[in-house]
Write a protein that binds this ligand. Structure first.
Ligand SMILES: Cc1cc2nc3c(=O)[nH]c(=O)nc-3n(C[C@H](O)[C@H](O)[C@H](O)COP(=O)(O)OP(=O)(O)OC[C@H]3O[C@@H](n4cnc5c(N)ncnc54)[C@H](O)[C@@H]3O)c2cc1C
Length: 473
């Protein structure tokens, strides 16, 4: 009899949990005798997915939804029996605003992140100056770039749509999604769909209009249920974590135990947790790269250096709930973003109770603001009281809300948001080449090939297949 194979997964965020889930499925399907252990430093599972329920609110500390255009989030929800708990975005009040000289200007209809696909709303919007519109329209005539080299989001948008589009859209919206700096973030690693549009159609506007037409006709065929671009779950995104935890009946889960060291051994790896050394034939590391770089330094220094080259920024979310009767602002929309040039401490604000049904009871409203990120990172060091004061001052100045909150929750994400800077994809390919030299060793998760929940699930699924291949070789 051969000894049972041992698999260890470090990190119980969505990547680690989905890796464990798909490994368990494959072990059962293929009747492979193996033990799987997941180790999480925190007392709770879920990593950045963190929903808090009170009598009147469902508050998300990290992600509040996931994109449906990438199938892996929806697919996992279906597998977990969560499909009937999916909540779509509000179809009626879906305006997004941009803070402009202290006032909220609606994003013109037909805009896809920054590309106008409908002419009239674009021509009429006061959000962009006449010269800015002219410059954005030149996208129709500017030839596509020959080079396949990576460039920053700002450089790409400046080249195609001009400087005003960088300030009004690329910085607060595109880079805002990553809490990053548009001058540094890689367009290829963050929004490859835009470089693909340029290459295919020669123009972003032409490409977006063509896609919109195709999208419409595809929707009409409609045998499958169609979802809004983002969805959440009725009781909060943590339901995915809870359901995954329930299904992981053959995976041993340790929480509240931080891995301190990882060493290669003659036949595999050894993971140091507290005073115990746990052996593994296959080891999956899903935590941030500054932690894993430290473990790897003494057995693959170049890999450790590459991992350290992935920067992280800190952010915080501050959710504030009010009595609806005390808020005069109608909050008709999903929220607003704040361009850097605006004198404002916050990065963006989501009107959670408008965006998704059930985030607040009928008598209440819930607003969530984002703080920190590449341009405002220093504020994250302030204490909770200061952050709350700052948020309340900004909400008063912008929305006229000076009611006393009935609930306030602050969540900090210290050096937790990986930044895909220019060259990220090449760096990740290099990392993967190094990793391949270590049989049974895997690095996966938000630091590498996509930060969104569906990306992390996809990476978990792909890693599970590699793990199974490695232990059955
Ligand atoms: C404020 C915010 C808003 C976001 N909004 C969205 C959104 O709306 N939609 C979306 O799709 N994505 C969003 N994201 C991104 C998304 O939430 C993350 O990229 C994703 O959840 C990361 O999952 P992960 O498992 O790779 O990493 P994590 O969730 O960070 O999990 C890694 C785990 O490893 C553990 N760990 C670390 N060190 C050790 C150790 N030494 N030993 C054991 N365990 C360890 C950590 O405790 C953690 O639980 C948001 C992120 C943030 C911060």
């Amino acid at each position: 009899m051969f000894p049972r194979k041992k698999i260890i997964i470090i990190g119980g965020g969505i990547t680690g949990l989905s890796t464990a889930y798909f490994i368990q499925e494959k072990l059962k399907e293929q009747k492979i005798p193996a033990d799987c252990l997941l180790i999480e430093a925190d007392d709770r599972l879920g990593g950045k997915i963190r929903s808090v329920q009170t009598d009147d609110f469902i508050i998300e500390g990290g992600p509040d939804s996931f994109i449906t255009q990438k199938k892996w989030g929806l697919e996992l929800c279906r597998r977990l029996g969560l499909e009937d708990r999916l909540v779509q975005t509000n179809p009626l009040d879906k305006a997004i605003f941009v803070l402009t000289k202290g006032k909220l200007q609606p994003f013109p209809e037909g805009f896809n992140l920054m590309i106008p696909s409908r002419m009239m709303p674009f021509l009429l919007t006061p959000l962009v100056s006449p010269l800015g519109k002219l410059r954005m329209g030149m996208d129709l005539f500017i030839p596509k770039r020959d080079s396949n080299d990576d460039e920053s989001i700002a450089s790409f948008v400046r080249r195609r749509l001009g400087n005003e589009a960088v300030r009004k859209f690329a910085e607060p919206i595109l880079a805002g999604i990553f809490a990053g700096d548009a001058e540094k973030l890689s367009i290829k690693a963050t929004f490859p769909q835009f470089t693909a549009l340029e290459q295919k159609y020669g123009s972003l506007i032409t490409g977006m209009r063509a896609r919109a037409r195709q999208g419409k006709s595809a929707g009409n065929t409609g045998s499958k249920p169609t979802y809004s671009m983002f969805v959440t779950l009725r009781d909060g995104l943590s339901s995915i974590v809870t359901e995954l935890r329930k299904r992981l009946d053959s995976v041993e889960i340790l929480t509240g135990q931080a891995v301190e060291q990882v060493n290669p051994t003659s036949g595999g790896y050894e993971v140091l947790v507290g005073s115990e050394r746990k052996p593994a034939d296959a080891l999956v590391v899903t935590c941030n790269t500054h932690t894993s770089a430290g473990w790897i330094e003494h057995w693959n220094r170049p890999l450790s250096t590459l991992l350290r080259e992935i920067p992280y920024v800190s952010t915080a979310t501050v959710s504030v709930g009010f009595k609806k009767s005390e808020v005069k602002h109608p909050l008709k929309g999903f929220g607003f973003v704040v361009p850097r040039e605006e004198k404002c401490g916050i990065m963006a604000s989501t009107w959670s109770s408008t965006k998704f049904a059930g985030r607040a009871s009928k008598e209440h409203v819930l607003i969530r603001t984002f703080l920190g990120g590449a341009h405002r990172e220093e504020v994250i060091g302030r204490n909770d009281e200061d952050l709350i004061t700052m948020v309340r001052q900004d909400l008063k100045a912008i929305l006229g809300i000076d009611a006393k909150p009935v609930v306030v929750k602050v969540f900090r994400w210290i050096k937790a948001n990986p930044q895909y800077h220019v060259g990220h994809l090449d760096r990740v390919s290099e990392i993967e080449k190094h990793v391949q030299k270590h049989s049974g060793f895997f690095l996966t998760g938000a630091a590498y090939r996509g930060v969104g929940i569906p990306d992390c699930i996809e990476q978990g699924q792909a890693t599970a297949s590699k793990v199974i291949a490695s232990i059955t070789d």
